[in-house]
Design a protein around this ligand. Structure first.
Ligand code: GDG
Length: 489
C-alpha cells in the first residue's frame, strides 16, 4: 500500500480510535510567541510534528510537551490545555512547565551534554553531572504525572519521542500496566563499549524497557541496543524475535526508518515561482553561472561541517581549475548555543570558513558562503533546487532528513547527493555518492566526481532515490508504528 496522509488517518480510525492516544515529546508541535503586542502561533519545522499531526487530528488525542513559547501560558486554559491546530482545533496540546533550573539540568545538561554525545560517535566527550541526572529524573517523573492525569480512566496508548524521556515508560508501566507504550529513539544507539561510560546506563536501560515497543531508525541501532542490554543488565535478549524480556515483560525492538512528506515537497518544489527565487539567490550571492554546492544543517558537531569545509579546501588544492567556478553555500540555524561545545564548534566553523576564504577568494567570488540563520521551509526548497550538489557529511546521524528533502524536491532529476555512510539515510539512498567524512582526500575527489557526473547518470541515480523516498514516506513511518502498537493492545 502507498501511504499518504489520508490512508494514515483511515488506519488510525480503524485501528485505534476506540482508545485514547497520548503523544509525549520534549518539543511541542505548536508554540505561542509574542510578536510585538500580538500573540502568534508557530510550528517548529520538525519532521516529527509533521508526521504526528495527522495522527493526532484523526484520533483527537492529546499531545504532552514542554511549553517553551514565551506566550504559551497566556493561551492555555486552567488545566494547561489548548486545542490545536489553531485553524481547525481538533486535538489537545497539554503543556508541561519547566523552571529554568529544570530546563538546564534535564534539557541542556543531561540530554544534550550527556546523552547526545554519548549516542553519537562524533568524538565529542559527553559530560555527566550527577545534579543534571537528578533533575532529568525529576522531569521524567513530572511528565509521567501529567500523562497519568491526561489518561484518566481511559485505557489507551502512549507514544514517547526521543532521548529526553528515557525513564518515562517504566514509571508509567508501574502505575498503569494496562496502557500500551511505544518510544521512538531519533538518534543512533551506540555500541555497548561506547555506552558503558554512562554512569547511569543501567537505569536508562531499565527505564526504556518499560516500553512495549522501542523503535530505532535502522536495524543496526536495534542490534546495538540488544547487545548493550545483553552485556549490561539482568534481562533475557531474544535475538530471533528482536526483543528483551525483563521482569516477565517483553519489549519489542524494531526499525522504523523515518522520512519526509515526499508528495508535499515534490509538489511545492514544482511551483514556477522558484525559478524567480533561484535567480534572486544567484544575484544576491553573486553566484553568476557558477556551479553550486549546498549544505543545510543545525550547527552541530555531529553534522560534520568542519570535515566538509576541510574537504572543500582539499578539493580546491587538488583541482585549482575549479577556483572561481564553484561556490559552496552552508545554511543552518545556530543550535544549543548555551552549551560550551556548541559555542566552540560555531566559532570553529566561522574561523575555518574565513581561513579558506582568505586563501582563495577573489574580488567577485567566495569559495564558501556561510549563512547561519533560520530559513523558512520554502526558502530551503529554493536552495535544494539550486544545488548542483548537496552535501550531507554527518559524523553520525540517526537518519538525516535533509538528504530526503533534497531528493523529494528534485522533480527535475537533477543534482547529485553526497552522503555520509554514517547516516541512517545511507541505508536507503544507496544511489547517492557515499563518503566517509573523515577521509578528506576521497571526500574532495567525490566533490569533483559529483560536479562532473554526466546528466544521464545523475538522472538515473536521482530517479531511483526518489522512488525510495516516495514509497518510504513519513506517513508509512507513522502508520507502521501505529499498526504494531495495535497488535499489542
Ligand atoms: C534528529 C536526528 C533524524 C534545518 N535548518 C533549517 C531547517 N532545518 C530542518 C531540515 C530538516 C531538519 O531541520 C533537520 O533534520 P535532520 O534529520 O537533519 O536532523 P536533527 O535535527 O539532528 O534530527 C536525525 C531526525 O531527528 C528525525 O528523526 O533524522 O538523525 O539527529 O527537516 O530541513 N528548517 C527550517 N529552517 C532552517 O534553517 N525551516
Amino acid at each position: 500500500m502507498a501511504w499518504d496522509k489520508q490512508n494514515l488517518k483511515e488506519v488510525i480510525r480503524e485501528k485505534i480510535s476506540d482508545r485514547k492516544l497520548i503523544v509525549v515529546s520534549n518539543r511541542e508541535p505548536y508554540l505561542h510567541i509574542y510578536s510585538g503586542d500580538e500573540i502568534r502561533c508557530v510550528t517548529p519545522a520538525s519532521g516529527v510534528a509533521l508526521a504526528l499531526d495527522p495522527v493526532m487530528r484523526a484520533c483527537e488525542g492529546t499531545w504532552i510537551a514542554h511549553g517553551s513559547g514565551d506566550a504559551d501560558r497566556e493561551t492555555v486554559d486552567s488545566n494547561d490545555r489548548v486545542k490545536v491546530p489553531p485553524e481547525e482545533p481538533t486535538y489537545t496540546l497539554r503543556r508541561v512547565w519547566l523552571t529554568r533550573e529544570e530546563e538546564d539540568g534535564y534539557y541542556h545538561g543531561f540530554s544534550n551534554e550527556g546523552l547526545w554525545p554519548l549516542c553519537h560517535i562524533a568524538f565529542t566527550r559527553p559530560t555527566f553531572n550527577e545534579s543534571d541526572w537528578n533533575v532529568y529524573r525529576k522531569v521524567n517523573e513530572k511528565f509521567a504525572e501529567v500523562v497519568i492525569n491526561e489518561m484518566g480512566n481511559n485505557s489507551g496508548f502512549v507514544f514517547i519521542q526521543d532521548y529526553h524521556l528515557c525513564l518515562l515508560s517504566r514509571i508509567l508501566k508501574k502505575k498503569r500496566p494496562d496502557i500500551t507504550i511505544a518510544q521512538f529513539w531519533h538518534i543512533p544507539w551506540p555500541n555497548r563499549e561506547a555506552f558503558r561510560i554512562c554512569p547511569w546506563g543501567e537505569e536508562i536501560l531499565y527505564g526504556l524497557l518499560g516500553n512495549d515497543i522501542l523503535g530505532f531508525h535502522i536495524r543496526y541501532h536495534c542490534q546495538n541496543f540488544l547487545d548493550t542490554v545483553d552485556r549490561t543488565i539482568e534481562a533475557r535478549v531474544d535475538y530471533e524475535r528482536f526483543s528483551v524480556i525483563h521482569e516477565g515483560k517483553e519489549t519489542l525492538v524494531r526499525p522504523f526508518p523515518i522520512s519526509v512528506d515526499f508528495e508535499k515537497i515534490n509538489s511545492i518544489a514544482q511551483d514556477t515561482k522558484y525559478d524567480e527565487e533561484i535567480k534572486k539567490i544567484r544575484r544576491a550571492l553573486r553566484l553568476k553561472n557558477r556551479l553550486v554546492g549546498v549544505g543545510v544543517d543545525r550547527i552541530d558537531y555531529a553534522k560534520g561541517i568542519v570535515e566538509r569545509f576541510k574537504a572543500i579546501d582539499r578539493f580546491f588544492e587538488r583541482y585549482p581549475e575549479y577556483l572561481g567556478r564553484f561556490s559552496f553555500i552552508q545554511l543552518g540555524p545556530i543550535s544549543r548555543i548555551h552549551i560550551h561545545s556548541y559555542k566552540e564548534y560555531n566559532d570553529k566553523i566561522y574561523h575555518l570558513m574565513t581561513e579558506i576564504d582568505e586563501k582563495y577568494k577573489t574580488r567577485d567570488w567566495q569559495p564558501i558562503i556561510l549563512q547561519k540563520s533560520h530559513f523558512s521551509p520554502k526558502e530551503l526548497i529554493s536552495y535544494y533546487r539550486l544545488a548542483d550538489v548537496l552535501i550531507v557529511s554527518s559524523l553520525h546521524d540517526g537518519m538525516n532528513l535533509v538528504a530526503k528533502e533534497f531528493v523529494s524536491s528534485r522533480f527535475d532529476n537533477g543534482g547529485v547527493l553526497i552522503l555520509s555512510r554514517f547516516t541512517g539515510s545511507a541505508r536507503e539512498l544507496s544511489e547517492a555518492l557515499l563518503i566517509n567524512p573523515f577521509a578528506t582526500d576521497h571526500f574532495a575527489d567525490t566533490i569533483k566526481r559529483a560536479l562532473e557526473m554526466p546528466t544521464e547518470e545523475k538522472a538515473k541515480r536521482m530517479e531511483k532515490m526518489r522512488e525510495v523516498v516516495r514509497e518510504n514516506n513519513v506517513y508509512r513511518w507513522a502508520g507502521k508504528i501505529i499498526s504494531e502498537l495495535k497488535k499489542l493492545a
